[in-house]
Design a protein around this ligand. Structure first.
Ligand code: AMP
Ligand code: MG
Length: 318
C-alpha cells in the first residue's frame, strides 16, 4: 500500500466525522432514555456509536496507522451490558446501512491500528456534558505526525459559523481552514480574526469549572483588560470559534497541578486554529507536544488565539 496523501486522509476523516455527528444527533433525537449516562462516567450510547463509526472507517482505510481514542468496549460491556451493546450496534447499523454484530461493534470500538504513523487522535464526543445538556459538543478527529498535529476535523452539529447552522470545520498547518455544512455542502475558507486590541478581545473558556479554573480566566481578563466578553462553551467548539474569527482567545488553565491534557481534546482543534492563521501554545508559551502518548506530559494548560493577542494573554496568566 502506498502512503495516502494528506488530502486523502482528510477526506476519510471528514466522511467519518460527518457520519458520527449524524449518529450523535440520531441518538439525541431518540429520546432521553437513549441519552442516559452509562455508569458513573459522562459517556452515552452515542459516544460508543460515534467511536465505532470513526474507527471502523479508519481501520478499513488505514489499517496500519496508529489510533488514540477515548472510549473502550470494556466499560460499555460492564455498565451497559448486552442490551447496551445491542443498542449501540443498532445505531451503527442504521448509520451505515450494514448489519453490525456485537462482535463487529467491539472490534471497531477497540481498534487501535498498528504502530505506523501518522497517528489518529479521536474523541467521539468531546464535551459529553454539553451534549447531554443540549449545548455544544464536538466529534473530533486529529492527525498527528512527528509529535505535531498536522490536520484536524471537528463536527459541531449545534454550532453556527457564517450563517451555517451545524458545521464541519477542518484544516491544518499549511492547509488553511474551512467550514462546510455538517449535512452536505461545499467548503468555504475561514480565518482567525484581525482584532489586536485588548478592549475588543473575546475570550472562551469551559463551562465545566473543573475543566479549567474560571478564577484564573477572570483574573486574566481583568488584568489584560480583555473587553470583548468572556463566554463559556463546551468542547473543541471553542477552537472552531477561534479559527472562524468568532473569538480571539480560548484559555484553558489547569485547575489541578497533576492534570495532563488529553491528546484527543486538542489535536484536531490545534491543527485547525493553526491552519486558520492562529497560534496554539501552553500557558508557558511552549508548543503543545503530542509525542508523549495519550496525554500532553510536557505542557501546562492551553492557549489558542488569533495570534495577535497571544502575547498579551500569556503575559497575564500566572
Ligand atoms: P470542555 O468541554 O472544554 O470543558 O472539555 C471537555 C474535556 O475535558 C473532556 O473531554 C475531558 O477529557 C476533559 N477533562 C476532564 N477532566 C478534566 C480536568 N480535570 N481538567 C481539564 N480537562 C478535563
Ligand atoms: Mg473530550
Amino acid at each position: 500500500m502506498t502512503t495516502p496523501d494528506l488530502g486523502g486522509m482528510l477526506a476519510v476523516a471528514r466522511r467519518a466525522v460527518r457520519a458520527a455527528a449524524a449518529l450523535c444527533m440520531q441518538v439525541a433525537a431518540a429520546g432521553p432514555h437513549r441519552l442516559e449516562k452509562i455508569g458513573r462516567e459522562p459517556v452515552t450510547l452515542a459516544d460508543y456509536g460515534s467511536q465505532a463509526l470513526i474507527l471502523g472507517l479508519l481501520a478499513e482505510s488505514f489499517p496500519d496507522h496508529g489510533v488514540l481514542a477515548e472510549e473502550g468496549s470494556a466499560h460499555l460491556l460492564a455498565e451497559g451490558g448486552v442490551s447496551g451493546v445491542a443498542a449501540v450496534a443498532a445505531f451503527v447499523a442504521d448509520a451505515t446501512g450494514v448489519e453490525c454484530s456485537a462482535e463487529d461493534l467491539v472490534g471497531r470500538i477497540d481498534h487501535r491500528g498498528g504502530r505506523g504513523t501518522p497517528l489518529w487522535a479521536v474523541d467521539p464526543i468531546d464535551g459529553t456534558k454539553g451534549f447531554l445538556r443540549g449545548d455544544q459538543f464536538a466529534v473530533a478527529v486529529g492527525l498527528i505526525d512527528g509529535g505535531r498535529p498536522i490536520a484536524g476535523v471537528l463536527g459541531c452539529p449545534r454550532l453556527t459559523i457564517a450563517g451555517i447552522e451545524g458545521v464541519l470545520v477542518w484544516g491544518g498547518p499549511g492547509l488553511g481552514a474551512f467550514v462546510e455544512p455538517i449535512a452536505v455542502g461545499d467548503p468555504t475558507p475561514i480565518a482567525v480574526s484581525t482584532v489586536d486590541e485588548a478592549r475588543r478581545a473575546r475570550v472562551l473558556g469551559s463551562v465545566e469549572t473543573d475543566h479549567g479554573d474560571p478564577e484564573v480566566i477572570r483574573r486574566a481578563v481583568a488584568r489584560a483588560g480583555l473587553g470583548g466578553g468572556w463566554v463559556r462553551i463546551d468542547s473543541q467548539a471553542k477552537y472552531a470559534a477561534v479559527a472562524a474569527g468568532l473569538a480571539e482567545a480560548y484559555l484553558r488553565p489547569r485547575n489541578r497541578a497533576d492534570w495532563r491534557e488529553r491528546v484527543w481534546d486538542h489535536a484536531a482543534g490545534a491543527a485547525i486554529v493553526t491552519g486558520a492563521g492562529g497560534r496554539v501554545t501552553d500557558l508557558d508559551g511552549l508548543d503543545l507536544d503530542f509525542s508523549t502518548g495519550g496525554t500532553l506530559e510536557n505542557n501546562r494548560g492551553v492557549l489558542a488565539t488569533n495570534g495577535l493577542v497571544h502575547g498579551m494573554v500569556l503575559g497575564v496568566v500566572g
